[in-house]
Design a protein around this ligand. Structure first.
Ligand SMILES: [Zn+2]
Length: 263
């Protein structure tokens, strides 16, 4: 059965870069430039080939098949390090990614500028929406949710000059209403952080992703991308525990606890 694993990075940093320069929520996901390069070189060496964003949209719409040993690469949040560091690594390896941008973050202190977002598009990367404000969609009033989905897309299209067809849920949080709203807003695919490798991906709207964290490492990432059952089960278990903790504590208390536990 064909599958299309989609990697999800949050923050790519230079060695020695103070983690305090990153938004608090991104620190546990900080992958150093050399590690990103090691991870991608490992996948390429093992014969995995990247599928670009436009092809992902076509696969999601059932208009394109998935080549064997394929993977896709996504980076969430409008961070300046994506343009300054990750894009250089990707250029060196000839890999194209999809960058999910939360539009109201662009231009703020510590965030990417619109010039940087446009430069990613000019380098051949795909730009997708990550909402306007990065607020979680579940529980939002319908009008607000619609604005997050529809207006963020319009803003991105105006700045980048290309159709925006992919959406990644802020915080990975989603429910039936969020998925229905994204479909109605015209997106062709919706990316979650539910761990998985998207078996039989053709015609799929809600996509699973493999979230890369600071300690994931190239070998473990390879096992996940290869769909190794034990690694995927471990990842799903850990995702389930985090989701349960969020359910018990509520988002605010859970995030506060994360800040205490993480560097
Ligand atoms: Zn995000």
């Amino acid at each position: 059965m064909s599958q299309l694993p989609v990697l999800c990075y949050h923050a790519v940093v230079d060695r020695g870069m103070p983690r305090g320069l990153l938004p608090r929520g991104a620190r546990g996901y900080a992958v150093e430039r050399v590690e990103l390069e090691r991870q991608l070189r490992t996948l390429l060496r093992e014969g995995f080939r990247p599928v670009e964003g436009e092809r992902l949209a076509a696969v999601a719409a059932g208009e394109s098949s998935v080549p064997p040993r394929a993977f896709a690469l996504t980076l969430d949040d409008a961070l300046p390090h994506h343009a300054a560091i990750a894009a250089r690594v990707l250029e060196g390896l000839g890999v194209r990614a999809t960058f999910f941008i939360d539009t109201e973050g662009v231009g703020r202190s510590g965030r990417a500028s619109w010039d940087q977002v446009r430069s990613l598009a000019c380098l051949g990367h795909c730009i997708g929406s990550h909402g306007l404000t990065h607020r979680f969609l579940p529980g939002m009033a319908v009008a607000e949710g619609t604005r997050e989905l529809v207006h963020s897309r319009a803003v991105l299209e105006a700045h980048v000059g290309r159709p925006v067809e992919l959406f990644a849920a802020p915080g990975g949080r989603h429910d039936g209403a969020a998925l229905a709203g994204a479909r109605q807003a015209g997106y062709r695919a919706f990316f979650t952080t539910r761990p998985g490798t998207n078996e039989a991906p053709t015609g799929r709207f809600a996509w699973e992703r493999l979230v890369v964290r600071a300690g994931t490492g190239a070998d473990r990432l390879l096992r996940l991308v290869a769909g190794e059952a034990r690694e995927l089960a471990r990842e799903r278990l850990s995702h389930g525990v985090r989701a349960m903790a969020r359910g018990l504590l509520g988002d605010a208390s859970y995030d506060a606890l994360q800040r205490v536990l993480r560097p």
